[in-house]
Design a protein around this ligand. Sequence first.
Ligand SMILES: [Zn+2]
Length: 255
Amino acid sequence: MIKDLELLRYSRQIMLPEFDVAGQERLLASRVLVVGLGGLGSPIALYLAAAGVGMLVLADGDQVDESNLQRQVAHSEEDIGRNKAESAAAACTAINGGATVVPLAYHLSGERMAGQVAAADLVVDATDSFLARLELNQACIAAGKPLLSGAAIGSEGQLTLFDVAAGTGCYRCLYPDGADEQNLSCSENGVLAPVVGVIGSLQALEAVKYLANYGEPLRGRLLLLDGWSMQWREVRLTAVPDCPHCSAGRVSADD
Ligand SMILES: [Zn+2]
């Protein structure tokens, strides 16, 4: 049952007819795993905490560096040297003391990743490493969990919802020959600060929609932003039939 104070705090969402008290209650009962608390993870974590996701698990093994502050808005100058998951958790708790925020101050991998993915209702990929994305992709497929993926570089960004259990392709289907992607990261290629803010905020929006069962999810659709010319594009993602990651876990149209 939703409490009176929660009715007040979340009134601007609850007044949306299709969202209502039921949508807010679903958010409050949700557990989300956010991997990466950098440029994408910062707005994701802050918005999900503010919107009323009941439990946020934040994973990042890195420390806040001065060069992060240009875009990683969950962290402040006083957080330099602090673990990013702990810094972001403190920022989330400052916004919403009613949310349970669990920082994981290490690089999430292997058995620990599998356990956290299995416990989550939704997994959000906010990492900037191709290998980390691949591992998270496999863990989500193995556990049958949806993976909300976002990326940004330069003045461009993209996001999509992989939901293999519901018939979509996966991250590996998007990059079957992923070797070229391995070296793309903000630290080496640069990124305009608001681009990660836009993509991260849209990931938060899609997370809220998915968890509250509100609106039409971005399932199986890849949304691309070209911030240079300010144009959006959408492409339908097709599952690769013999994808080594997801072909076994996908529900085929014949089933
Ligand atoms: Zn796949």
